[in-house]
Design a protein around this ligand. Structure first.
Ligand SMILES: Cc1cc2nc3c(=O)[nH]c(=O)nc-3n(C[C@H](O)[C@H](O)[C@H](O)COP(=O)(O)OP(=O)(O)OC[C@H]3O[C@@H](n4cnc5c(N)ncnc54)[C@H](O)[C@@H]3O)c2cc1C
Length: 422
């Protein structure tokens, strides 16, 4: 895409090569094209478009979005700096004077400057030093400015960039790319949750505090089966209740979906702690179903499901979809039996479905098992290399389990990891 964009730029006479300033200017424009492609990829990755979710999975889409995002913004800033400096040289102005002159080229250049300011704010607040100090909701609200930035940046690409002003193939190339990415975002990220609310009328049916401190919430609505959710998937939930309507959180289904959806939430911060106070009848906006942590991604016969803490939720729901004759091993790690969410239900399902269950209890340390019960996949599973391995829990722990699985001969494409944090 980047190569096509640059080729179209050159084809429309965009390669200036008379002087060093020309080369510098051309480089600035090429970087702008790469930044624009990265930016529309960003918008698409965060759009929740079903084909993106199916192709790479939600967490990989978000991880790629996070990785490419900073690069896209940095290239955008370098593009602006180079074009401002080179244009200043052509017109005999200093870079500062050229920057202040840009709005005289047209309203779209003032818009581009506003975009630059929003991108800079997003870049600074995405740096670990700020991000880790801020509550997730505040960081996320500021992060949303990137879409304002995109809306302000696009007009100058069409109205100032001479590649696009000339119309023709280049114009259509960019028009189609932006329409697909921004259109997907508006359709799936903004409109779809509202359509789902209207069509399914999801509401909280019951709220059940559990002895281990977690809370199970059942959500009912019209025609829930038409959501076509699978056990193991998650939704982004926004409960329209005081203190919660401003935030949406990912929670996995803790039971196989039928005419109701069920989640189980462990209090870890402000939003999750308020879930236990939800009242039946509260309306719910849901984005999803999302994720590929389901039986559909199995590529082998036997299946091993390994989870820690509240990471048990998708495993609990996937157990319900296990069919007779499936070779299933479940490994649950928890601090203690009292603190293990849903363990009683998992034990019962394992008995009913003939699945082997290993429960590792104790404090952290040594292996991905516990200090008291160290674990390795090779010891707990007969033929790990021939199985699909599903891992769900905190990131560092999940990575340790994955490394052990790969070391035991599990093929990388048979490892399915769901991390409860992005
Ligand atoms: C795919 C997935 C499935 C999950 N399933 C469950 C589940 O079944 N049960 C359960 O108890 N927890 C689950 N979680 C974790 C749950 O989403 C977080 O614990 C919750 O969002 C924390 O919000 P908070 O306001 O309580 O805490 P905060 O203090 O605001 O956040 C704590 C951390 O949680 C993460 N987080 C917060 N909000 C979001 C968000 N909207 N999107 C992504 N990450 C966020 C961030 O890393 C943040 O640093 C899941 C997470 C993911 C990514």
């Amino acid at each position: 895409m980047c190569a096509a964009g640059i080729a179209l730029m050159i084809a429309s006479g965009g390669l200036l090569a008379q002087s060093a300033t020309d080369w510098f200017y051309t480089l600035g424009r090429a970087l702008g094209i790469v930044a624009a492609v990265l930016m529309m990829t960003q918008v698409l990755l965060a759009s929740r478009a079903p084909w993106v979710e199916r192709a790479i999975g939600h967490d990989r889409a978000i991880a790629t979005h996070a990785r490419l995002g900073k690069l896209a913004i940095i290239l955008m800033l370098v593009h602006a700096a180079i074009l401002t400096t080179a244009s200043g040289v052509y017109d005999g102005r200093s870079p500062v004077s050229q920057f202040l002159t840009w709005p005289q080229y047209g309203w779209f250049m003032l818009f581009a400057q506003i975009a630059l300011a929003t991108f800079t704010i997003v870049l600074i607040t995405s740096l670990a030093a700020v991000r880790l100090r801020w509550p997730y909701e505040r960081w996320h609200a500021v992060h949303m400015l990137v879409y304002v930035g995109v809306a302000f940046a696009v007009p100058h690409q069409f109205l100032e960039g001479s590649t696009f002003r000339t119309g023709g193939l280049s114009w259509w190339f960019w028009a189609v790319l932006w329409t697909v990415s921004i259109g997907s975002f508006v359709l799936f990220r903004l409109a779809r949750p509202l359509v789902l609310l209207a069509r399914h009328g999801l509401t909280v049916e019951s709220v059940e505090p559990r002895a281990d401190g977690s809370t199970t919430v059942t959500i009912a609505g019209r025609d829930v089966a038409r959501l076509r959710a699978r056990a193991g998937q998650f939704f982004l939930w926004r409960f329209l209740a005081p203190g919660l309507r401003g935030q949406s959180h990912p929670y996995s289904l803790s039971a196989a979906p039928g005419d109701r959806l069920r989640i189980t939430v462990k209090a870890s911060g402000d939003g999750s702690s308020r879930v236990r106070d939800l009242q039946p009848g509260t309306r719910v906006l849901a984005e999803g179903p999302l994720g590929v942590f389901t039986h559909a991604s199995r590529s082998r016969g036997p299946i091993v499901m390994i989870c820690a803490g509240i990471g048990i939720t998708p495993v609990r729901s996937m157990l319900e979809e296990v069919t007779a004759g499936d070779d299933v091993t479940v490994i649950v790690r928890a601090r203690s039996r009292d603190e293990a969410p849903l363990l009683d239900e998992v034990e019962q399902l394992c008995t009913e479905r003939g699945a082997r269950l290993h429960v590792l209890l104790g404090s952290r340390g040594g292996t991905w098992g516990t200090r008291e019960q160290p674990a390795s996949i090779g010891d707990l599973v007969e033929d790990p290399a021939g199985a699909d391995v599903y891992i769900c829990g905190p990131r560092a722990w999940a990575l340790a389990v994955e490394a052990d699985a790969l070391g035991a001969g599990v093929s990388p494409d048979a490892v399915h990891r769901e991390e409860f944090g992005w």
